[in-house]
Design a protein around this ligand. Structure first.
Ligand SMILES: Cc1cc2nc3c(=O)[nH]c(=O)nc-3n(C[C@H](O)[C@H](O)[C@H](O)COP(=O)(O)O)c2cc1C
Length: 173
């Protein structure tokens, strides 16, 4: 069975708490959690399946090419790896009440960065059950990955993770 790498940022908040839940629900020791702060190129190379998790914390953070954006460290590392044989799924944390016009825009960045490197992206998630105006994290009726809102819909997170894992496990084989 191919190894699964769950790669997330930032540490210590909702994204990491959800990473732990996903690992618990996944129920297998083939999945390993890596913060971007300590993942190495070899870890990426040896895992065939990747789950990428992050939060949207304002578009300026993403657009800033500045070294303080940890995601840029990962994206730079990806340039040295062939993503053509990787199967990748995303999850994103956002807040649809406070940021209804930018809800989960970060999923759109993941999509762009992995699509241009030719990764096989799975795990799209329907937009039903959320209330927002706009998002760059979707196409048509689907988000680019699992959409979670711990600020307003915490009670739905476990069920959403369970359903999403059923979808991606069919691809992670
Ligand atoms: C400064 C700041 C900006 C945010 N901007 C957005 C945003 O543009 N879109 C969105 O959906 N959520 C936004 N959020 C909500 C976070 O994504 C959400 O609270 C998330 O659960 C935080 O997870 P973390 O603590 O692991 O980073 C923002 C939160 C903060 C504190």
């Amino acid at each position: 069975m191919k190894k699964v790498a769950l790669i997330y940022w930032p540490e210590g908040g909702n994204v990491e708490a959800v990473a732990d839940k996903i690992i618990e629900h996944y129920g297998s020791d083939t999945i390993t959690k890596y913060s971007i702060a300590n993942i190495r190129k070899e870890d990426l190379a040896e895992s065939g399946y990747w789950i990428i998790g992050g939060s949207t914390v304002g578009s300026h953070v993403w657009e800033d090419a500045d070294d303080s954006n940890k995601w840029n460290d990962l994206f730079k590392m990806l340039d040295k790896i062939d993503l053509g044989n990787k199967i990748v799924a995303f999850y994103g944390l956002g807040d649809q009440v406070l940021y209804p016009s930018h809800f989960l825009n970060g999923l759109g960045i993941f999509q762009e960065e992995f699509e241009k490197r030719k990764a096989n992206i799975v795990g799209q998630w329907p937009i039903e059950g959320y209330d927002f105006y706009e998002s760059e994290g979707l196409k048509g009726n689907h988000f680019f990955g699992l959409a979670l809102d711990e600020d307003n819909q915490e009670e739905l997170t476990d069920e959403r993770i369970t359903k999403w894992l059923e979808i991606i496990k069919k691809e992670f084989k």
